[in-house]
Design a protein. Structure first.
Length: 702
């Protein structure tokens, strides 16, 4: 297939017309599909064509286009939000203004491109028969993931989900072993399909918001969406962090308004689709330095294995897109320096307004890369003006939106770490439970968990061997200096999370490790190559060594993936943390943490609508950050802790008891991690029950 510039312009304008018509008549499905394609690709493709980056692969073009489009939507929304109220339009993010402004801008950009059409070359897509067959077969993955998840929800039948995870591992194995048979586009598309399908397993487990931080983020999103206006007002610090991020306020509001999609499904469908583009960008990044398809593909697969439930918080999903693309444009030789700076401004700005912790990590890495390169007097891909520009954007944004509270939190974290050096350095518990488990200081509950831990150690071993191999190669050849520096920085960050007390828990060790894998994952295959190359007794030919390294890496990563998904645990019916596979046999308190029930949501909505907005609300501490926040949109200042020692309540206050409290009789929080609901029966007997749906009760203190 051939796509010239005029064809792309025509497609963009057709999509725009289809969006306008489907929005006007509110045509279901068509509006959602066309809206997503238009918002996610059209602005980025057009802007990228203006930059005339003709040497990029199709996958690289798609990855950059998605990043540019997402940044474009956030900053356009911010501009409308600040300017339109000045001329009397008080709902600047309403559908009418968004459609009109987007249509005008895209039409003008298309017109400008059409005038310059003769200077651009066509895009070619060529797929062989085996590529087409593989892509057709891969379509079964999202079908299986959705149908399997629905089967679990309706009948508690997880056979299809077990088959789904098994097929993902088989497809990954086949594509890895036959990687030379498939085109770059096919391998990238397979990663996209696999990761999106995996995310659907988690996010379709319920009709409501899933997870922990996502409820606070949904609060910020709905507040912006309901008002059609972004207002980063100060309330509670955890809420403020979400309100200050355009990735969960303005961006989802634009998708929701333009696509005519319920806010819940923006988080459950649109954001997983956007997150699924991260493996595409990662694949391109890994190819820059690993220069081997197998290393890049398996590196991305390892990253996916550590990101089965997502990429952290919802805002971190969007931030990761920019984080990966920033490293891609910094190291890509196909992007001229002048255009690299333009893309750097776009993606750096996108990262800053998406997730403050991720932006701080990038800031540290960027500064260290520049300092080391400068001191070693090497050619700089990371220049001083890039560092200063990023610092300026970061400080300006967080001071403007949060009055510097995130910097205060960062300084408190550092202060806590340094103070702990003298008091808790020898205490392994100060590194957090994840680090203790990884170091073997917490025993595995079963032999299967021990085997899983061994496979994790093997992935770490391969990465370490790959790191040593890369260090020796750099020492001999003195090539790719800045990339080697980047690898060393990420290895150093991981080392510090183990050495320094209280550093790993500050950001969550899982997030630290996942962020480091964005750079370190390809070393896994390189480590396998080094091990095979040093087995002198085998005397293998070059081709045999490559095949042996491929088999060794797959022999580690494929079983590790099945352990991480919970596949082996569910088959053996041992302790498992996968709610989709084993939620039916997990303790109710563990399942009710990330999973919401309809009764909880109904009670929270009733409480929000029909009670005094100033009255205090008593609930167990988990309930605060779940339905009461995400669906009740109740201000954090109204919450009071309900513990097993609570005996008196504020006048006119209310008690909210959710499904876990009523059906299972379990309360969370207070002086005990868990306690029985019956312990507070004497208190409840003094109150008036004002609401009940059978699984959620609300009481009022006269």
């Amino acid at each position: 297939m051939h796509f010239g510039l005029r064809s792309l312009i025509l497609i963009a304008l057709i999509l725009q017309l289809a969006l306008v018509l489907s929005s006007y008549w509110d045509i279901s499905v068509a509006r959602q599909v066309v809206g997503f394609l238009y918002l996610t690709f059209v602005p980025g493709v057009i802007i990228l064509k203006f930059l005339k980056l003709e040497n990029l692969s199709l996958v690289g073009t798609v990855s950059l286009s998605v990043g540019i489009s997402v940044a474009f939507l956030m900053f356009l929304g911010l501009l409308l939000n600040e300017l339109l109220p000045l001329v009397g339009f008080l709902n600047p993010l309403s559908i009418e203004y968004l459609i009109i402004v987007l249509s005008m801008l895209i039409t003008l950009l298309c017109l400008a491109l059409y005038i310059k059409a003769e200077t651009f070359r066509n895009t070619h897509i060529q797929l062989s028969l085996i590529d087409k067959i593989m892509l057709l077969i891969l379509i079964c993955l999202p079908v299986l993931s959705v149908s399997g998840t629905l089967g679990v929800n309706i009948r508690t039948e997880n056979s299809l989900l077990l088959l789904f995870f098994l097929l993902v591992s088989i497809f990954a194995l086949v594509i890895s072993l036959l990687h030379q048979k498939f085109t770059l586009e096919t391998k990238s598309t397979s990663l996209f399909i696999m990761y999106f399908s995996i995310l659907m397993v988690t996010w379709l487990m319920t009709n409501y918001i899933f997870g922990y931080d996502s409820h606070l983020e949904f609060y910020s999103f709905k507040a912006t969406n309901n008002a059609s206006y972004w207002n980063p007002t100060r309330s509670h610090f955890e809420i403020d962090k979400g309100n200050a991020m355009l990735s969960i306020t303005i961006l989802p509001t634009i998708y929701s308004k333009v696509m005519g999609l319920d806010p819940v499904w923006v988080f459950k469908i649109v954001y997983p689709l956007l997150a699924a583009f991260v493996p595409l960008a990662l694949y391109q990044l890994f190819l820059l330095h690993a220069k081997k398809d197998a290393a890049a593909f398996l590196g991305v697969f390892l990253f996916i294995t550590h990101s089965l439930d997502g990429l952290g918080s919802i805002k971190e999903w969007i931030a990761t897109i920019f984080y990966v693309l920033l490293f891609f444009i910094i190291f890509s030789e196909k992007i001229p320096q002048s255009k690299r700076k333009i893309l750097f401004i776009i993606f750096a700005g996108g990262l800053v307004v998406s997730h403050y912790s991720k932006s701080y990590i990038f800031m540290v890495v960027l500064i260290l890369m520049w300092m080391i390169s400068f001191l070693m007097k090497k050619n700089l891909k990371v220049t001083l003006d890039m560092v200063l520009l990023y610092l300026s954007m970061t400080f300006a944004w967080y001071i403007f939106t949060l009055q510097g509270t995130t910097f205060e939190a960062l300084l408190k974290t550092f202060d806590n770490v340094f103070r702990s050096l003298t008091t808790e350095f020898a205490n392994p518990e100060s590194r957090g439970s994840t680090v203790m488990t990884a170091l073997g200081l917490v025993g595995p509950p079963t032999y299967l968990h021990l085997i899983s831990r061994i496979f994790f150690y093997l992935t770490v071993l391969l990465i370490l061997v790959g790191f040593v191999s890369a260090a020796l190669k750099f020492w001999k050849e003195r090539s790719e200096f800045e990339y080697f520096v980047l690898v060393c920085i990420n290895m150093g960050i991981l080392a510090l999370t183990i050495i320094l007390p209280n550093l790993a828990p500050s950001y969550n060790m899982t997030r630290f490790y996942r962020t480091a894998l964005i750079v370190l994952a390809p070393l896994c295959f390189l480590g396998s190559e080094e091990i095979v190359a040093n087995l002198h007794r085998l005397r293998l030919a070059s081709l045999q060594r490559k095949i042996s390294a491929l088999f060794l890496t797959c022999a580690v990563l494929i079983p590790f993936f099945l352990f991480q998904t919970g596949f082996f645990y569910e088959v053996a019916k041992v302790e498992c943390w996968s709610i989709p596979l084993s939620g039916y046999r997990m303790p109710p308190s563990e399942v009710s943490g990330p999973l919401l029930y309809g009764a909880d949501v109904s009670g929270a909505i009733w409480l929000s609508r029909y009670t005094d907005k100033a009255s205090a609300i008593y609930a167990d501490i988990v309930a605060w950050d779940r339905a009461l926040t995400s669906y009740g949109l109740i201000d954090y200042g109204r919450f009071r802790a309900l513990g097993n020692t609570t005996r008196t309540l504020e006048t006119g206050s209310l008690i909210y008891l959710r499904r876990l409290n009523i059906v299972h009789g379990i309360m969370v929080g207070g002086y005990l991690p868990q306690w029985n609901t019956t312990d507070m029966q004497p208190l409840l007997n003094k109150l008036n029950q004002v609401y009940s749906n059978g699984e959620c009760n609300i009481y009022k203190n006269p």
